[in-house]
Design a protein around this ligand. Structure first.
Ligand code: SF4
Length: 298
């Protein structure tokens, strides 16, 4: 298989065949993210993609799901994505769906007809880093799109039949705005009805521009308790018709997972109970973050 640079995939794509369609991130400018710093954005060669599919067909002919990496493979033209999807079906006839990371920006450049065609070719289950439902937060994080653009472009995906999971970054608004962020996050999720909500904590790696603000004290991260309460308030506000709530990122203080709306009360209770059990000195603290943002409690 041809893999270049760091390869990331969502945890719920663990059973998918990872095929590299792009290298790095075409945006590579979010102020909290260093995932692809030092990796030049490139498009993978079609002959390499085909060779990988051929190799996978020999080893894993039963594969039903392909996930294209890297950071925003949906940036590729609709023609290119269609060609990759056709090759995936040719080499792996059991493949049902082909997912990938996508940015809201990547949808803007595709027509409704192109989106519908990609859906017909099995493109489904995009993973999109929405992060927040507040415009000031999206601008501060330099995500490259607005809440209104997210609302419009996600509606276009839905209309084309393409499902998507949305990532919400708890603490993205900082300690002063956690409650406003929780309410706004619930609102945009209700409006856009993702098939899965993936929550993780804000994690500012060394080298990320946001770290300078944290060090200068101009951006204050959530306390441990605020992270949990922000997730709880968002969850209470969710009115999702049929979605997985996936709060199992390694950084999450209290792991929660369930199907909404069925498990909403149980998930709320689990977070409330967890919150009641954590000693106050931890809830009020700003713990050091370790690998992938996991809180280090001393
Ligand atoms: S958060 Fe996603 S879109 Fe933003 S720079 Fe990182 S990989 Fe690229």
């Amino acid at each position: 298989m041809h893999y270049t640079g760091q390869i990331y995939r969502p945890p719920f794509e663990a059973a998918s065949l990872l095929v590299q369609a792009t290298v790095g991130c075409s945006h590579n400018a979010c102020t909290f993210c260093t995932m692809y710093h030092g990796t030049k954005f490139q498009t993978a060669r079609m002959e390499d993609i085909e060779a990988d599919l051929r190799e996978a067909a020999a080893e894993y002919p039963f594969i039903q799901r392909v996930f294209l990496v890297n950071a925003d493979a949906f940036v590729l033209s609709a023609d290119r994505l269609a060609a990759i999807a056709e090759k995936a079906h040719e080499y792996l006839p059991k493949v049902k769906t082909i997912g990938m990371y996508a940015s809201v920006k990547n949808v803007i450049g595709k027509t409704d007809e192109e989106l519908a065609h990609l859906h017909e070719l099995g493109i489904d289950g995009l993973n999109i880093g929405l992060e927040s439902g507040l415009d000031e937060v999206l601008a501060h994080l330099n995500k490259g799109f607005t809440v209104e653009e997210a609302r419009t472009q996600l509606a276009r995906l839905r209309k084309a039949g393409i499902n998507y999971s949305l990532n919400i970054m708890l603490g993205a608004a900082g300690s002063e705005l956690w409650e406003k962020n929780a309410i706004a996050n619930a609102r945009i999720l209700n409006e856009t009805q993702p098939s899965l909500v993936f929550t993780a904590l804000l994690h500012v790696d060394p080298g990320a521009p946001l770290l300078d603000e944290v060090k200068a004290g101009t951006f204050r991260e959530d306390t441990l308790g605020q992270y949990v309460t922000e997730e709880l308030e968002m969850l209470r506000g969710l009115e999702l018709e049929d979605a997985t709530f996936y709060g199992l990122h390694t950084s999450n203080v209290i792991p929660v997972q369930g199907i909404l709306p069925r498990d909403k009360d149980a998930l709320v209770k689990r977070l409330e109970d967890g919150l009641a059990r954590i000693p106050e000195r931890y809830l009020d603290s700003h713990p050091e973050k370790g690998y992938e943002g996991i809180s280090i409690l001393r």
